[in-house]
Design a protein around this ligand. Structure first.
Ligand SMILES: [Fe+2]
Length: 286
């Protein structure tokens, strides 16, 4: 067996992959090995640092997939993968990554499409509406919209025992004109949990852990590519320094404040209230 040294260990490790029957896996693993070896060499990684790194990954794994997604989000990897796979296209709603808090099988909403229960004293009511359409403006009837957001306390239902299951989540279909509407409370900007390994990493790096307030959307319709995105609110203090680099200019919307008891009564909401509007434009499948 050949003695290993810094120069040939990478080549030997990569060559061992050639027996694998999966060429794509070979390609990914070969590049991963090459880049990790180069990284260790370039920073002159000590054994203590190597072990601390492994312990960090073990702590992330102990929490599970959601913490790994947070890690990927926090170092910008999620954004790189998202932009590569969904490059911005003129006239099509920009994509954004899913984040760690998506849950499938959210309740199917019916009129008046209210996505929450309780919390009304804590939050500002928002009547959200818009349309799903094709690039040429043709409305898409029967498009499925899944949406999820935090409560006004900045927590998702799955990490907050005080909220009912599936609170601030829902699914709805667009009507014959591709229109949708739902009633919610304004989500809050929120912090990554600082007790977890990713939060501690950000603190050690002297980075803040705030995520600009947002609502997640997943829009699906026959003949069109799935759209996963997030909408943000103009004026949020973390728009420019979002912890996961998620904010895109085209995905920032205005919240319009209405201070009219008559209008509020008409919509069966508290006064004052807000309205928001966004039209999703889907990319046709090739
Ligand atoms: Fe989120």
């Amino acid at each position: 067996m050949q003695d290993q040294n810094l120069k040939n260990v990478t080549e030997t490790a990569v060559n061992l992959l050639s027996k694998s029957p999966n060429p794509r896996l070979n390609e990914i693993m070969a590049k991963l090995i090459q880049h990790l070896h180069t990284f260790a060499s370039e920073v002159k990684l000590t054994e203590d640092e190597w072990m601390k790194g492994l312990e960090f990954l073990a702590a992330v794994g102990k929490i599970g997939l959601s913490e790994f997604i947070m890690l990927s989000d926090a170092i910008g990897l999620s954004k790189v993968v998202n932009i590569m796979n969904h490059p911005p296209l003129e006239g099509i709603t920009e994509s954004n990554f899913t984040g760690p808090y998506y849950r499938d099988e959210a309740p199917l909403l019916t009129s008046p499409f209210k996505i929450y229960s309780g919390c009304e004293e804590e939050g500002e009511q928002v009547l959200f509406s818009g349309q799903v359409m094709a690039p040429e403006g043709k409305p898409i009837a029967g498009a499925l919209i899944e949406l999820w957001q935090t409560a006004p306390n900045g927590l998702y239902d799955c990490v907050d025992d005080t909220q009912p299951d599936y609170n601030f989540r829902g699914q709805l279909y667009t009507d014959e004109q591709g229109r949708y509407q739902f009633q919610t409370l304004k989500p809050a900007n929120y912090r990554f949990p600082s007790a977890g390994p990713v939060g501690q990493m950000l603190v050690a790096l002297d980075r803040h852990t705030w995520h600009a307030a947002h609502i997640h959307f997943k829009v699906s319709a026959d003949g069109y590519e799935h759209l996963v995105t997030q909408l943000f609110f103009k004026g949020d203090p973390y728009i420019k320094s979002d912890v996961v680099f998620a904010v895109r200019e085209s995905l920032i919307i205005n919240l319009q404040k209405h201070d009219s008891p008559e209008e509020a009564a008409q919509h069966n909401v508290k006064n004052p209230f807000h309205t928001a509007h966004y039209d999703f434009v889907l990319k046709p499948k090739c």
